[in-house]
Design a protein around this ligand. Structure first.
Ligand code: SF4
Ligand code: SF4
Length: 144
């Protein structure tokens, strides 16, 4: 696994009107769900931000700012940053379907900004059960 020093979780702006994002942070803290491959006793920092609302274009401004500032302050490079698209963006769930602009978000994050991006953040047990029952269309796969 790469030497990741900084995790950024991009979350759905609409879903976050009702969600604090705590369960994403807790999943990272416990190294569960999409974070389960990160070593637990290694200091990795965590930041969450929203896409800024449909169509997600603001994510480019927000992450550009992060890339610039974190390089200036701490000399952390792009290859040491891992972006996660939250589960409420990546997968079909109780919160609604997969983000209709997911590909666009990936284009901004990966192609335009040169950051690595994976799907998922907190994985709910209940949602996983419903996935197995076929209620939701998209599936969670651990990618890192
Ligand atoms: S994945 Fe869950 S906890 Fe994380 S921002 Fe979306 S709804 Fe909130
Ligand atoms: S672009 Fe996608 S992630 Fe952002 S607010 Fe709209 S539906 Fe949510």
């Amino acid at each position: 696994m790469k030497n990741i020093k900084y995790i950024v979780v991009v979350q759905c702006h609409i879903v976050k009107e009702r969600c604090s994002g705590y369960l994403c942070e807790y999943a990272f803290s416990e190294r569960t769900g999409s974070f389960s491959n990160y070593p637990k006793n290694t200091p990795i920092r965590f930041l969450s931000l929203t896409c800024g609302g449909c169509c997600g274009r603001a994510v480019h401004r927000k992450l550009s700012n992060l890339i610039k500032k974190i390089k200036q302050k701490e000399n952390i490079g792009k290859d040491e940053i891992q972006v996660h698209l939250s589960s409420c963006i990546s997968f079909d769930s109780y919160h609604g379907g997969q983000c209709p602009h997911k590909e666009y978000l990936e284009t901004l994050i990966c192609d335009k900004l040169g950051l690595d991006c994976v799907d998922g953040s907190r994985i709910s047990e209940l949602t996983e059960k419903r996935r197995e029952e076929g209620l939701y269309k998209t599936q969670f796969h651990l990618t890192k």
